[in-house]
Design a protein around this ligand. Structure first.
Ligand SMILES: [Zn+2]
Ligand SMILES: [Zn+2]
Length: 379
């Protein structure tokens, strides 16, 4: 019976695509502030309704880096939540999927029924707050490991099949794209509005592309000309080299002196909040998308009161735009694979996290590929 197979150690001999599921695997384990180590850990056991996924690609997210650098979470943990891979084993009743299918997972899914869900504040739902994917220890995503256990409510509502012809690399952007779509919706853009996107890392590029898709005229700025060249290659043709030009001044010149209708800040830290507000027209909106660290910053209060500029924020994914984010990624509305500048095998996972924490002009999205074995974009 399947039950016995999934719940006893004999499961270690279940075959999938000619591969045995081993008892132990490698994982990049968070051991404390700025301390991640490659370790051998048990392959997670799965229960009824759950699946085990052999990880192919997992993107490194700014929030992973923040957790590692700040010690905001207890150790040990295995992070990584932008995970795509292959179903390696299915638990009793998890009949929605078959061994060998290619999937990508959301690690947070709300219940849809509680008070907060009924009021659409999904991030406050207690089910949403539970992380539903783990490679061991306190559930934390688990994508920086060879295998991930996907819990039942994520199997049910947060696991998406990857269509033929779409790579694991493209698919692993479903969650970051979701967070960006949510951010763009927060701005309620109208067609023809002018949007300045400050910062053209991978997230800034996705936000800029989505703003353009919403009908806005998009201007992008970055300190690194190489990133503006990449922006150009994605059809973002109004670029400002912020190493030479004052972006606020340039935007005012392009908008009859008004400033942008909306400014998106896709660079961390607080130093650019004031310039972002200055680049916004009276009555316009500023979206803080990368200000994930609590602290203090200087703003001009009259810019909010007298000039009626709105300061908005957006964080994390929304189940409400899950289908849209899946369509955007799987229909290749944007060639997201091209945002990946560095691919590391799991053995170099610590190096990958270090590079991601210290971005270089030529580093964009960085992924760890426990299942990639250096085969690049192999489907
Ligand atoms: Zn993420
Ligand atoms: Zn709920």
């Amino acid at each position: 019976m399947a039950i016995a197979q999934t719940l006893t150690p004999t499961s270690s001999t279940v075959e999938n695509e000619g591969r045995e599921i081993p008892r132990a695997m490698r994982a990049a384990v968070y051991r404390g502030v700025d301390d991640v180590r490659l370790e051998e850990v048990p392959v997670p056991e799965i229960g009824p309704g759950e699946i085990l996924v052999r990880v192919h690609t997992c993107g490194i997210c700014g929030t992973d880096l923040k957790k590692i650098a700040s010690g905001s979470h207890s150790a040990p943990r295995i992070f990584g939540h932008e995970t795509s891979g292959v179903v390696a084993k299915i638990g009793e009743g998890a009949g929605k999927f078959n061994v060998g299918e290619r999937v990508v997972m959301f690690h947070h899914i709300p219940c849809g029924e509680c008070y907060y869900c009924r009021h659409k504040t999904f991030a406050q739902c207690s089910t949403y707050k539970k992380v539903g994917c783990t490679a061991g220890f306190d559930a934390s995503g688990g994508g920086f490991a060879e295998y991930v256990r996907v819990m039942d409510w994520i199997v049910e509502k947060g696991t998406v099949r990857i269509p033929d012809g779409i790579s694991f690399e493209q698919a692993c952007f479903v969650e970051p794209v979701n967070t960006c779509i949510k951010g763009i919706e927060t701005l309620r853009l109208q067609a023809g509005e002018t949007v300045l996107v400050i910062g053209q890392g991978p997230i800034g590029l996705i936000l800029a592309t989505l703003a353009k898709r919403a009908g806005a005229r998009v201007i992008t700025s970055d300190l690194h000309p190489a990133r503006l060249t990449i922006a150009n290659s994605f059809g973002l043709n109004h670029t400002i080299d912020a190493s030479k030009t004052d972006a606020g001044k340039a935007v005012r010149e392009m908008t009859e002196g008004r400033g942008a209708d909306a400014v998106i800040l896709a660079v961390g830290g607080n130093g650019l909040i004031r310039p972002a507000m200055d680049a916004t027209r009276p009555g316009g909106r500023v979206l803080l998308f990368a200000q994930t660290v609590h602290g203090e910053s200087t703003i001009d209060p009259a810019a909010v009161c007298v000039d009626e500029k709105a300061l908005l924020g957006s964080y994390s994914a929304s189940v409400e735009v899950q289908e849209e984010s899946v369509r955007f990624v799987m229909n290749r509305e944007m060639d997201l694979e091209r945002l990946i500048s560095h691919r590391f095998p799991l053995a170099s996972g610590v190096e990958a996290l270090n590079l991601a924490a210290h971005p270089q002009p030529d580093s964009m999205k960085i992924v760890i590929q426990p299942g990639g074995s250096g085969e690049g974009q192999r489907l």
